[in-house]
Design a protein around this ligand. Structure first.
Ligand SMILES: [Zn+2]
Length: 271
């Protein structure tokens, strides 16, 4: 029998799950950038410095292929002298939110261990144990020791309902909604800290071709681009998009080069 109300609920749940999985992947893909940002003084210029590579998609692929970018492990460490406190605060709050979410899901959807082999199953999420003075047992970070990347992968598996023998039950709907809200906020926190949350910024240097104001745009989850405010009259060698000259992707490199050349000319004229 066809039950439209049930179908609508199922569609809504599917949408919640898909969006949450996308948010988790976005967090993982940008986590290395956020850790790198902690050691980098905040950029006051546009765009965020990590965008200044020609092939951003290759960088994104590298993130996914390997949990290590260059020599930097994707584990949040103690930072005795963080250069960017906003980035550190963002990383700490995102890490805490995802760890606590994984703990909650494990409590609700993970079968208790029956023996040591079962306990050692690498698919299992281990809750942290707290220092109990009575037993003098040392506190253990549990699965948190493996960092945010693993927590995000593990949570994604649970909300997508991936099976692993009989280790996991479906995540209760209410917890699914909580999880979706938590990862949405966490993604927004990461993207705000990296200045990828859809802001526009007036660039400090004018258009090298017409001298008008340039505006930088970042979009959530998308590539940054720059537009010239003069409109169609600007003679810059890039396409018109919505009646404005627009630089995207590799064209941004050409724009930086032209801005740099214009700056050098201005300095030479002044000398
Ligand atoms: Zn222009």
């Amino acid at each position: 029998m066809h039950t439209p109300a049930l179908d609508a609920a199922a569609v809504a749940t599917m949408r919640t799950i898909t969006t949450a999985a996308e948010d988790l992947r976005a967090i993982r893909e940008q986590w290395g950038d956020l850790l790198a940002a902690i050691d980098t003084p905040p950029a006051t210029e546009w765009p965020p410095r990590e965008y200044r590579t020609v092939d951003m998609q290759a960088a994104a692929r590298d993130h996914d292929a390997d949990p290590v970018i260059g020599r930097m492990p994707l584990i949040l460490r103690e930072h005795p002298a963080p250069a960017n406190l906003d980035a550190l605060d963002a990383a700490l709050s995102v890490e805490r939110a995802l760890f606590e979410l994984a703990d909650r899901i494990a409590e609700q959807a993970q079968r208790p261990a029956v023996d040591q082999d079962d306990r050692d199953d690498p698919a299992r999420w281990h809750l942290p144990t707290h220092n109990a003075s009575v037993t003098a047992r040392a506190a253990s970070p549990g699965s948190r020791a493996y960092g945010l990347h693993w927590a995000a992968v593990w949570i994604e598996g649970r909300i997508l309902g991936e099976q692993h023998g009989d280790l996991f039950q479906p995540v209760p709907l209410r917890t699914l909604d909580e999880a979706a809200a938590t990862v949405r906020r966490a993604r927004a926190t990461v993207e705000r800290a990296l200045q990828r949350d859809g802001r526009t910024t007036e660039l400090t240097e004018p258009c090298p071709w017409c001298g008008d104001t340039l505006t930088g745009h970042t979009r959530r989850g998308g590539e940054p681009y720059v537009t010239c405010d003069r409109g169609e009259a600007c003679g810059a060698p890039v396409i018109l998009d919505g009646r404005r000259r627009t630089w995207r992707g590799a064209e941004l490199v050409g724009l930086w080069a032209a801005m740099h050349a214009a700056r050098e000319r201005a300095e030479a004229d002044a000398a």
